[in-house]
Design a protein around this ligand. Structure first.
Ligand SMILES: C[S@@+](CC[C@H](N)C(=O)[O-])C[C@H]1O[C@@H](n2cnc3c(N)ncnc32)[C@H](O)[C@@H]1O
Length: 249
């Protein structure tokens, strides 16, 4: 990005941060927040379904969770759901776009069958000015470290940490090989769309893609509703979570 673009983008970030402060229930639990979220939920076009109706019997799948109050990432329901899916489907090769602290990465590795491997891609803080598309949540990128949740744990040998801009990364070594892709990088429409197209290229036949943050972020929301009209197969918003799953037809 050029200097002028960065400052315009930073102004937009400040404005959206202030707005998020008024609508994010973690920061404010006002009636307006509750109403806003309810309206968003009811305006969402993707059909909602329980995990059990998508994967019969998955409610019987027990998973391991290491709890931390500052897990950094989605809610516990989201992490447990992802862990159940990789265990239920016996995923062997998994790819995550957007590592953050690595809480989800750790739980994918912890719950997938032995011999499985997780690849997780994150944007280094120093690479922000060169980002190809519109970034979101600068505070999630400009952090002191990435993936600290799995470093020096029993899961680390089964995780490969990658760095790069998801819109510019060379995925050739991973294409067509992943049983499971989790899209959770930048949340602008442009990145959500680019990462979704990448995720589809990474999938092996019979693989599954899950996205985080529907309908929370407008960019992710719009992207998934466009894709649900264009891609064959079913898009489902998993009840009780901010996850959307796509199972190819
Ligand atoms: C919401 S956090 C991911 C949370 C993580 N998946 C979890 O469940 O704990 C978003 C992550 O995406 C990364 N990110 C943002 N833009 C990116 C880009 N263009 N390429 C790669 N990673 C990006 C950020 O650095 C941040 O770590």
């Amino acid at each position: 990005m050029e200097e002028r673009q960065v400052s315009r983008w930073a102004r937009r970030r400040v404005a959206s941060h202030l707005l998020a402060g008024t609508i994010n229930p973690r920061r404010a639990r006002s009636a307006a927040t509750v109403l806003y979220r309810a309206l968003k939920g009811s305006a969402a076009q993707l059909s909602r379904a329980s995990l059990q109706s998508i994967f019969p019997g998955i409610d019987q799948v027990e998973v391991r969770v290491r709890y931390s109050p500052d897990q950094g990432g989605g809610s516990l329901a989201d992490v447990i759901t992802l862990a159940q899916v990789v265990k239920y489907l016996e995923c062997r090769r998994m790819f995550e776009i957007g590592t953050f602290r690595g809480y989800t990465t750790f739980h994918l590795a912890l719950n997938a069958p032995s011999g499985s491997h997780v690849y997780t891609l994150d944007l280094a803080a120093s690479a922000v000015p060169e980002a190809k598309l519109e970034l979101t949540d600068l505070q999630l990128i400009q952090k002191p470290s990435s993936g600290e949740w799995f470093q020096n744990t029993e899961c680390q040998p089964r995780i490969t940490q990658l760095f790069g801009d998801s819109a510019a990364f060379d995925y050739s070594a991973y294409e067509g090989k992943m049983d499971f892709v989790f899209v959770d990088g930048a949340h602008s429409y442009e990145y959500a769309m680019a990462d979704s197209l990448t995720a589809r290229r990474l999938l092996t036949s019979g693989g599954i893609i899950l996205w985080h943050d529907y309908p929370t972020y407008p960019g992710v929301w719009r992207c998934l509703e466009v894709l649900s009209r264009e891609w064959p197969g079913s898009f489902v918003w998993v009840e009780g979570t901010a996850l959307v799953a796509w199972k190819p037809a």
